[in-house]
Write a new protein. Structure first.
Length: 759
């Protein structure tokens, strides 16, 4: 007997079939509407476990997975086409060209380095596709001003003001940048030097070290900096590989001890967590500046997921540490996916148009290629994309990621400690508020009080005296050689050189007004026996060669010396002086009293006395009894009256007013005559009447007379140029020795002239 089927079961079966058909039809329809967009990724994924490329690629894949899982309704899907550049610029450019011509990608993520970016930016401009980098940080890339280039990483130039604020906070006036000698290193130094100069911070030396430099080359450069440059504040801008080698060698030669300051840029500070224990130990006390990434639950969860997935995909890279480049790669990929979706709404094709522009290259790979149909729209959409990513608020302005907060860290032991923050508007601060802003309303701060305590190299808590003790060279001077000007002695008990005198007083006064404590020590330029070790020119040469940091003493500023060293402003007048023996022109005898007046003046004086006597007699003898009598009496009285006025001893009275007037005039004339005679006679008897025995240099040369000059002085060159032979030149050490030579004279092996000046 045939059994009938259950009608309810049949209906249920039909409903299920219809439902499955509808669902499958919807899924197929959804799949048919999805647009696959090709995006290239040119990365260095074969150059080590801590490279930005391999970490970035893992984060790119996770970003796409996370994004489309939470946005399953989006109509576009990114297909990543990965190319390994093998850390080679030409290979990276070739892959980029292949992705544009053959794969017709709509964007390229990468390039990893600045040199790779230089080529790809130009290719992106020609194809009009976005070039997105998450690891190239050089500010030189901004010079391209390409609307298709996006630097989703912190530009190196943004940290320059933060570093400058730290230097200002501790009052350091000089720093030495040490950087890698390539486009990455040079890209920052230009900005750094300009900002430091604006802040009145000097850069006495730039130390560029090649990426291929071996330990010997690096050690030699560090020793040069340590011994020749006075400051001990160094700013290091290097890749982690070269930077770790630098600090290891610096510790070996004693540059990581007390008195040194090291500041590293974010090129190393961003990757501190990837350093091994030995490197941490070498870098203790170092200050680092890096981009501040807020620690959120979203970021912590991602770190855990990334570690699990990365290790499962790459078991051999178990020790690889997650870093900031992975964060930027993740956010850059999310931003690109959002921009592609925005452009893809209503678009079913992401293709290329043929270009009418021919290439100037003749190589097959550089033939003309097309222009992306939606490249301009995609670039505009990417510029306007903003969201909350792993790095915080994601926002792109003028093709660069905006991240204005830096954290300042201090390497301690095998770890690090945050000591503060820096923002463009407020400067330094210890803490941030809940919104990630500096929790204070004060003005811009460059004060060390706004930083937490720092442990400096050498396990020092106090701010190190960053000026090394300067070696001051002083010329060895004999004890009798003008000690008021400069005197140098050596204390054998303390093994130190003591210097005194006017030159030293000027130097110490200049040091005292400096805004910092300058350490220095005097070193005499002398042989073992205490004599000067050479000429002043040789002393200047040793300063130029770096044996001394400065020279203090009676060193004259001359043209050829200024070609090698810098001089202070002169504080005394200098010049070349010729000293010769003198002769006394005084002649002392019994008739010396006649010398004050010439014979003409003697005759005129006697005649004046006689004339005055005659005038008085003529006016008085008719009315005055004193002038009457015999002729001989009248003549004697008149002459006596005239001569007695010299000593104001005349006894005769005058009656006539006219006579009195004449007498007043005569007394005034006699006063002048007497005073002039007295002064001249006194001068002749007491003041030396000296005149040089030699007035012409040529006379010395013709007579082959000897000339003395201070030992070690540049005067030797002057007298040689005048035509003196070496046999005529005698060097002397002290004024006493010079006096003895003068006493001897040229005939007895002494000198007839001395040419002297400051040395």
């Amino acid at each position: 007997m045939k059994k009938k089927g259950n009608p309810i079961s049949f209906v249920y079966f039909v409903i299920c079939m219809v439902t499955c058909w509808c669902l499958n039809d919807g899924i197929l329809a959804q799949r048919n509407e999805t647009v696959v967009v090709k995006v290239g990724a040119v990365l260095d994924i074969s150059n080590g476990p801590n490279a930005a490329g391999i970490i970035g690629l893992s984060c790119i894949n996770m970003a796409l997975s996370d994004f489309y899982h939470s946005h399953s309704h989006y109509k576009t899907r990114i297909q990543i086409i990965v190319k390994d550049s093998h850390k080679d610029v030409v290979t990276a450019a070739t892959h980029a060209l292949d992705l544009i011509k053959n794969e017709e990608v709509q964007a390229i993520i990468g390039p990893t380095t600045t040199m790779e970016a230089n080529f790809m930016i130009q290719l992106g401009d020609k194809a009009q596709i976005p070039i997105v980098t998450f690891s190239a940080t050089s500010p030189s890339l901004a010079s391209f001003q390409s609307p298709y280039f996006f630097q989703i990483s912190q530009n190196d130039s943004a940290q320059v003001k933060a570093i400058t604020s730290i230097i200002q906070a501790f009052g350091w006036k000089q720093v030495v940048p040490i950087y890698i000698d390539n486009s990455f290193g040079e890209g920052l130094i230009h900005y750094l030097a300009n900002v430091l100069q604006e802040a009145n911070i000097q850069v006495p030396y730039l130390s560029a070290i090649s990426l291929s430099a071996n330990d010997h080359v690096i050690t030699r450069e560090l020793q040069k900096i340590m011994t020749t440059i006075p400051t001990r504040v160094y700013i290091v801008h290097m890749s982690p590989n070269l930077g770790t080698k630098l600090f290891t060698l610096a510790k070996k030669i004693g540059m990581m001890g007390e008195g040194y300051v090291w500041i590293v840029t974010d090129s190393m500070a961003n990757l501190f967590n990837s350093l091994n224990f030995n490197v941490w130990e070498s870098m203790e006390g170092v200050i680092g500046v890096r981009t501040y990434i807020p620690r959120t639950k979203k970021l912590d969860d991602f770190r855990v997921r990334w570690k699990r997935k990365f290790i499962s995909d790459n078991p051999t890279l178990f020790n690889t540490k997650f870093n900031i480049f992975g964060i930027w790669a993740y956010d850059a990929t999310i931003a690109l996916a959002m921009a592609i979706e925005k452009v893809g709404i209503g678009n079913t094709k992401f293709g290329y148009n043929e270009s009418n522009t021919s290439s100037n290259y003749y190589m097959p790979n550089f033939e003309k290629f097309g222009i992306a149909q939606n490249g301009e729209k995609l670039s505009e959409a990417l510029s306007n994309t903003s969201f909350n990513g792993l790095s915080g608020d994601f926002n792109v302005v003028d093709g660069k990621l905006q991240a204005s907060i830096f954290e300042i860290i201090n390497v301690i032991g095998n770890g690090e400690k945050r000591v503060g923050f820096w923002t463009p508007n407020k400067g330094l601060a210890r803490n941030l508020d809940m919104k990630g802003l500096i929790s204070k309303n004060s003005i811009y701060s460059s004060s060390k009080n706004d930083l937490r305590s720092i442990i400096w190299p050498g396990d020092m808590y106090s701010i190190p005296p960053i000026w090394k003790k300067l070696k001051i060279g002083v010329p060895a001077r004999h004890a009798d050689n003008y000690p008021e000007f400069l005197r140098v002695t050596y204390d054998h008990n303390t093994n130190k050189t003591q210097a005194t005198g006017f030159c030293i007083d000027v130097f110490k006064a200049a040091v005292d007004i400096l805004p910092y404590n300058l350490q220095y020590e005097f070193f005499q330029f002398a042989k073992a026996d205490g004599e000067m070790a050479g000429t002043y020119n040789e002393l200047i040469t040793q300063l130029y060669d770096g044996k001394y940091d400065a020279v203090v003493g009676d060193v004259t500023i001359i043209a050829n010396r200024s070609n090698y060293v810098d001089f202070t402003m002169p504080y005394t007048e200098s010049g070349v002086t010729m000293v010769v023996s003198m002769k006394d022109n005084r002649k002392k005898n019994a008739w010396t009293f006649l010398k004050p007046l010439t014979w003409d003046l003697w005759v005129a004086s006697v005649g004046s006395f006689v004339l005055f006597g005659f005038v008085v007699w003529n006016l008085e003898h008719k009315i005055n009894d004193d002038f009457r009598g015999p002729p001989s009496y009248q003549i004697g009285t008149s002459l006596w009256f005239s001569f007695s006025t010299m000593v104001y001893a005349h006894r005769e009275k005058v009656v006539s007013n006219l006579t009195r007037f004449v007498t007043v005039v005569w007394v005034f004339v006699v006063l002048i005559l007497v005073q002039s005679y007295t002064a001249s006679l006194t001068s002749m008897l007491t003041v030396e009447q000296l005149s040089p025995t030699i007035t012409d240099v040529n006379q010395l040369i013709r007579n082959k007379m000897n000339v003395g000059y201070p030992i070690g002085s540049y005067v030797y060159g002057i007298v040689k140029n005048l035509g003196f032979s070496d046999s005529q030149l005698i060097a002397y050490q002290s004024p006493k020795e010079f006096h003895d030579l003068f006493i001897k004279g040229s005939v007895n092996g002494g000198v007839s002239k001395r040419i002297t000046t400051c040395s």
